[in-house]
Design a protein. Structure first.
Length: 91
């Protein structure tokens, strides 16, 4: 097994912990010409999974930002309600 394939195998064990290493290993192996068709197919599958993971990471970051905006909006509303109550507008 070539060094690049060994690196890819190791990087694929827990790709969420080291996504950069997996991408580097995939890029290095993709340029290797002495691969069997089955190896190429496996590498293509791993690359597709990596792309899917990146899309999910992006979506999770968007959702996290949206959640933070929502939480901040709720805090602002609570602060406004507290101001109303403290200024005699409450019951």
């Amino acid at each position: 097994m070539s060094d690049d394939l060994k690196k890819l195998a190791l990087a694929s064990c827990e790709p969420e912990l080291t996504p950069g290493l997996l991408r580097e290993a995939l890029n290095a192996v993709a340029s290797t010409e002495a691969l069997a068709e089955e190896q190429r197919q496996l590498i293509a599958l791993m690359a597709a999974l990596d792309r899917s993971s990146r899309l999910l990471e992006t979506r999770n970051e968007q959702l996290k930002a949206e959640l933070e905006r929502t939480i901040n909006g709720i805090r602002d509303i609570e602060a406004d309600i507290d101001d109303i109550h403290h200024n005699g507008g409450g019951r």
